[in-house]
Design a protein around this ligand. Structure first.
Ligand code: PLP
Length: 395
């Protein structure tokens, strides 16, 4: 009899978003006339920028004409896309060979697929609170997972210690859910640790475009990272491609373990397991990386950033401690009066019709914290922020 992948038995039920939607649905049924203010979503609300839309239309027209029609695209990305993404890094002084950039259909797909490169016996280390896919993709692959806890004591930016043991290290900066961003010195500590140990860092840079202070956008800004890191990037939050689906992954040609070259292995993987990413989407991605495209996506990001400032001002007014918000679309707040995160969720929903995300859903050490997202509508965000401030101040 066929044996299914028994590792799936080891997955914990993903209660977070299911639990939220059940509670919200029940509330909506009981109070059909009350508007809800959503600060829980990790999805964007702004449309694609003009440059991307123009490129999408033009690429669709290309497909309508035998002279410009494109069939299969190269599995690792059309050269123009790989060149454009490498050019984006060059703007920050990171020199990449375009063949070190691989197109993808988004970070989520890649975070699971990339595990093919590593033997399942190599354990993973995940800093928590964490984006839930890291744990689940590792467990599905039969990988042992250990956690490094983040908290106020390390400003939600944990570093490797004497006793840290890891072969595959997940880092996410700017972090979902905490909004915390590693400094150059802190990332250097991780890179040095990984090179000493022969570990590999999977660096999730999905939110790099939200950084406004002088902090690293890419792990490849750190000397030595080309020997120990893979970077997973996405146009989802950067450019509103959550529904369009486009991302890219950087695997340096210098990255080798046990005599095997990870870049060459990924070429082999992609050419076997994919037949490329849509020509139309890659053309839109190229347009995003143009001068005009980058200017336009920043205009959208600035709208989210204003939402974040509105939320941060409200929390300041309520005397609440929080992290993130400045260089990330998420604000990670301490629940008032030591409340548990699901209790605070219920309080916000029932008293002021505001929906956020309980920190406990991102790992046990998220208990007592709460994530607010700046991806919502500006007017809704203003109303929700004032309601949160007033609720906390008048409690
Ligand atoms: N990584 C992090 C930290 C995320 O928060 C998300 C989405 O919310 C992703 C990756 C997945 O992004 P994508 O839409 O590219 O699959």
């Amino acid at each position: 009899m066929l044996k299914p992948n028994g590792n799936y038995r080891n997955l914990k039920d993903s209660y977070l978003f299911f639990g939220i939607s059940k509670k919200v649905e029940a509330y909506r049924k009981a109070h059909p006339d009350l508007p809800l203010y959503r600060l829980g979503i990790g999805d964007v609300s702004r449309p694609l920028c003009d440059e991307a839309i123009k490129a999408l239309h033009a690429a669709v027209n290309d497909q309508a004409d035998a002279r410009t029609f494109r069939g299969y695209t190269p599995e690792c990305g059309i050269p123009e896309f790989r060149q454009a993404a490498a050019g984006y890094y060059a703007r920050r002084g990171v020199r990449l060979d375009p063949e070190e950039v691989f197109v993808s259909s988004g970070a989520s797909d890649e975070l699971g697929d990339i595990l093919d490169l590593f033997d399942a016996s190599s354990p993973a280390l995940i800093t928590q609170p964490a984006y839930p896919a890291y744990v689940d993709a590792s467990v599905m692959a039969g990988r042992k997972v250990s956690f490094l806890n983040a908290g106020p004591e390390n400003d939600f930016l944990p570093l490797p210690g004497e006793d840290t043991e890891a072969d595959l290290i997940y880092l996410c900066s700017p972090n979902n859910p905490t909004g915390a961003v590693y400094s150059r010195e802190q990332l250097q500590a991780w890179v040095d640790y990984a090179n000493r140990r022969g570990a590999v860092i999977l660096f999730d840079a999905a939110y790099e475009a939200f950084i406004e202070e002088d902090l690293p956008h890419s792990i490849f800004e750190i000397p030595g990272a080309e020997n120990c890191a893979v970077e997973i990037c996405s146009l989802s939050k950067t450019a509103g491609f959550t529904g369009t689906r486009l991302g890219y992954t950087v695997i340096p040609k210098a990255l080798e373990r046990d005599g095997m070259n990870l870049n060459a292995m990924w070429v082999r993987n992609r050419t076997t397991k994919t037949n490329g990413i849509s020509y139309i989407l890659q053309k839109a991605g190229i347009a995003v990386f143009s001068d005009a495209g980058l200017r336009q996506i920043q205009e959208n990001i600035q709208i989210y950033k204003e939402n974040a400032r509105v939320l941060m001002r409200a929390l300041d007014g309520a005397g609440i401690r929080y992290w993130g918000g400045k260089n990330a679309p998420y604000i990670w707040m301490a629940c008032p009066d030591g409340m548990k995160s699901w209790d605070f969720f219920d309080l916000l929903l029932n008293e002021i019709q505001v929906i956020g995300t309980p920190g406990e859903g991102f790992g046990a050490c998220g208990e007592g914290f709460f994530r607010l997202s700046s991806f919502g509508d500006p007017e809704d965000t203003r109303i929700a922020a004032e309601r949160i401030r007033s609720l906390i101040v008048n409690r």
